[in-house]
Ligand binder design. Structure first.
Ligand code: ADP
Ligand code: MG
Length: 387
């Protein structure tokens, strides 16, 4: 591992921009951040494709801050390399005006965009993604790194829907016992202890548990499409976060089983000392459902199973004669309550407005789930305010 002396002017192992352009051919833009642009690029010699994050450090006011924070990002990235669910940093180049971070390319892009196209994820897919996210965080935390910006925009997907945790721009290395106080992250994902550490003078600082909280927000959002703490007035949203006020509302949660709800409740526990840890989360029944074979014999359950099987057989037999009636009056009064119609309505809304969820300033995914027209809207942009 290379530890960077922050007074150093250039990154160790870095080469000049000229070398970058002689080695790689930059292509189309894949994503943009506050002071960075990510492009696909091709290694001219091997033809291998990568993603390059080009960071502008020439800005008169903030250039040196950005440079310093990018050096820190590279230091962290180097510490967490070597895990299947953490982004691989392939190369680093630095010139007087730009830093180039060459990463492995994730063709399917962000989990955020995937969610926008599918609206919600099944429990099975949520399990697949969350398990990998917890495994990535277990590795990252084992290296004493707290990510501080876990959200679907910073989780990239490959063709098999396997994830790579990325964007260590807000990450910090924590010394034993060290607590953090700065307000860093994205509003909807901020943990209550992070807000308290920043707002209340006597409050203790925060540590790795802020990432576990963010996992709860991500998991909630994957299952029903909208986040747990959304409110168009940001102050109300922050207060709800600090009080851990969220619900498994009807009808969107009606079809979700108890195990994921239980895990979300344990992740979104206000007191970080009582919050489930990443290691414990991986042991949660959501990931280890007891199979029928492992359960002790129960006569009552067997009887219930037999009755239900007979009922199901009879229902299937009669299905073509007696299709389930869908009352037009119910559908007119409250179409959103009917699962089949709800899926169609949500899918239509995302088809029409999906592009607008992220691209336009001031919009948020949660608004697509709101039924009443609102006017004073605010985008949940990342915040970086150092106390
Ligand atoms: P920022 O700190 O500016 O948010 P990120 O590292 O999160 O920068 O990158 C911004 C966006 O660029 C990502 O959200 C994603 O859409 C895209 N991106 C970043 N790295 C890759 C990659 N390795 N493969 C594909 N797309 C990527
Ligand atoms: Mg990002």
């Amino acid at each position: 591992m290379t530890v960077i002396d922050e007074t150093d002017d250039v990154l160790p192992d870095s080469q000049t921009a000229k070398v970058f352009y002689s080695k790689y051919e930059p292509k189309e833009v894949l994503g943009r951040g506050v002071s960075s642009t990510v492009r696909r690029c091709v290694d001219k010699e091997t033809g291998t494709e990568y993603a390059v994050k080009i960071i502008d450090i020439s800005e008169a006011d903030h250039g040196s801050d950005i440079k310093e924070s990018t050096h820190r990002e590279v230091e962290v990235l180097r510490m967490v390399q070597g895990h299947p669910y953490v982004i691989e940093l392939h190369d680093v180049f630095e010139s007087a005006t730009h830093i180039f971070l060459v990463f492995e390319l994730l063709r399917q892009g962000e989990l955020f965009d995937y969610l926008t196209t599918v609206v919600t994820l099944s429990e099975k897919k949520t399990k697949h993604i969350m398990k990998q996210l917890f495994e990535a965080l277990l590795h990252v935390h084992d290296k004493s790194v707290v990510h501080r910006d876990v959200k679907p925009e910073n989780i990239l997907l490959d063709d098999n829907l396997d994830i790579k945790l990325t964007d260590f721009g807000f990450a910090r290395i924590l010394r034993p016992g060290e607590e953090l106080y700065d307000l860093v992250g994205t509003p909807g994902y901020l943990a209550p202890e992070l807000l308290r550490a920043n707002m209340i003078e006597t409050a203790p600082g925060y540590r790795f548990e802020v990432d576990t909280w963010a996992c709860g927000v991500v998991m909630y959002t994957l299952l029903v499409g909208c986040p747990p703490f959304w409110h168009r007035k940001q102050m109300v949203m922050l207060r709800n976060i600090m009080e851990g006020k969220f619900t498994f509302g009807s009808p969107e949660w009606d079809d979700v089983t108890d195990a994921p709800k239980d895990l979300i409740s344990r992740l979104l526990t206000v007191d970080p000392a009582r919050r489930i840890t990443v290691r414990e989360a991986l042991q949660h029944p959501f990931f280890h459902r007891v199979t029928a074979r492992e359960r002790p014999f129960s006569g009552r359950r067997m009887f219930k199973l037999a009755i239900n099987s007979v009922r199901a057989a009879v229902r299937i037999q009669r299905l073509k004669y007696t299709p389930e009636a869908l009352s037009v009056s119910v559908a007119i009064m409250d179409p959103y309550r009917i699962k089949a119609l709800r899926k169609v309505i949500d899918a239509c809304a995302f088809r029409v407005y999906g592009h607008w969820v992220k691209k336009a300033e001031g919009q948020n995914r949660a608004m697509l789930f709101e039924n009443l027209p609102k006017t004073d809207l605010r985008r949940a942009a990342p915040v970086l305010v150092t106390s």
